[in-house]
Write a protein that binds this ligand. Structure first.
Ligand code: NDP
Ligand code: PYC
Length: 339
């Protein structure tokens, strides 16, 4: 463990997180949902969406943008569509409210969509994906954020960091999951570089004049880049359209305009799809009978690793021991508890 890291138990992190969120003004269900999400991410060593996010959630509540007591409204819109209005609360409570109906609809219709509107979204998508694969369903999730990312070939920020996540259930095993920003680096990682004053990797951002930069502050004043050039750019455009206008919500540019200089976590929509292998294949057939296991085994046999294998290894490692966390991040959270 490096000098800038310490450890914290899951129980202590949960107690601290819930207290800090309560002090920030969040109702108990919101405080619990936010804390559970960041503690889980920390346990999987996903630092950009782990305990550090308690700081941005506290700021969100302090700036009066979020409704810290919002009750999500469920709208059973169509046979395969459930919409949940988060009513300016965090996405996590809206997801929890919509999940049972999403699962029921996917198992009845074969596939179904959950559209969440008006939510503040700060979290990783894989916990939502895993909640769906736990039900034996295939899952896809996407969301916009704030317009920080320039399209490939362009200079002005247009897209959000727009994560895309996919999950495939594997009976008796961890699901196959990938979950990534369509920007070359997540904003959370950029912010962690800014906090620790360390350079960004090459090729993830440009400065205000459009020149490549590894300086996190120059990147904030310039633009982040998409991953994979024009391919990431097209995927990011798709996410803007599907998780924005299709579900009657904001694009990343509209979300940034709505933020109006507050600089807080973005408010917008999220689209989540669930597909039922049993419905596609007929009868109670599990997802591993279709060559899926052979495919995934071939990937690892080739010498590659599966996405999420690092995360699952961290989960196993940290299950019975204290989780690693950056000292400076923990100190800033503890300071919030002492105010
Ligand atoms: P990473 O680039 O760290 O990882 C992306 C995915 O690729 C993960 O599933 C990861 O698995 C996998 N992966 C990484 N390296 C390899 C490899 N060598 N071989 C195979 N698979 C690999 O993710 P990002 O930094 O882009 O995103 C981090 C998080 O940020 C995500 O959880 C995302 O949801 C979240 N996010 C949230 C946003 C929001 O608006 N709410 C916006 C943007 C991002 P593993 O984890 O095991 O390394
Ligand atoms: O890391 O890009 C990010 C992000 C944006 C909103 C929440 N996380």
């Amino acid at each position: 463990m490096s000098d800038d890291q310490t450890t914290i138990s899951r129980a202590a992190a949960t107690a601290l997180g819930e207290e800090v969120m309560r002090l920030a003004g969040f109702a108990p269900d919101h405080a619990r949902a936010i804390t559970a999400s960041v503690v889980r991410a920390q346990g999987d060593e996903c630092h950009s969406h782990g305990l550090y996010r308690l700081l941005s959630c506290a700021e969100l509540a302090e700036k009066g943008k979020v409704d810290p007591e919002a009750t999500p409204l469920i709208d059973d819109r169509a046979p395969a569509i459930v919409k949940v209005d988060a009513c300016r609360g965090v996405s996590l409570t809206a997801f929890a409210a919509g999940l049972p109906l999403l699962v029921e609809k996917a198992k009845t219709a074969g596939l179904a969509a959950l559209a969440i509107n008006n939510c503040y979204h700060f979290s990783a998508l894989w916990p939502e994906i895993e909640a769906i694969t736990d039900q034996g369903l295939v899952a896809l999730a996407m969301t916009v954020s704030h317009a920080w990312v320039a399209p490939a070939g362009g200079a002005e920020p247009v897209f959000g960091t727009n994560p895309l996540a996919f999950g495939w259930p594997r009976p008796g095993k961890n699901p196959f999951v990938f979950d990534f920003a369509t920007s070359a680096i997540a904003r959370g990682d950029l912010e962690l570089h800014r906090r620790s004053d360390t350079p960004l990797p090459e090729g993830v951002a440009v400065d205000a004049a459009g020149n490549p930069t590894t300086d996190p502050l120059e990147a904030v004043n310039g633009a982040m880049l998409t991953f994979g050039g024009h391919k990431g750019s097209a995927l990011s455009t798709m996410i803007e359209l599907l998780a924005g206008p299709l579900i009657g919500d904001m694009t990343s540019a509209q979300s940034l305009a709505h933020d109006d200089g507050a600089g807080v976590i973005p408010m917008h929509g999220e689209l989540i799809l669930a597909l039922d292998p049993a419905s596609f294949l007929g009868g109670a057939i599990s997802a591993d009978t279709s060559g899926a296991e052979a495919l995934l085994t071939a990937i690892t046999r080739s010498g590659a690793r599966l996405p999420s294998s690092r995360r699952y290894a961290a989960r196993r490692r940290n299950a019975d021991r204290d989780m690693p966390v950056r000292r400076a991040v923990l100190a800033d959270i503890e300071a919030l508890a002492e105010r």
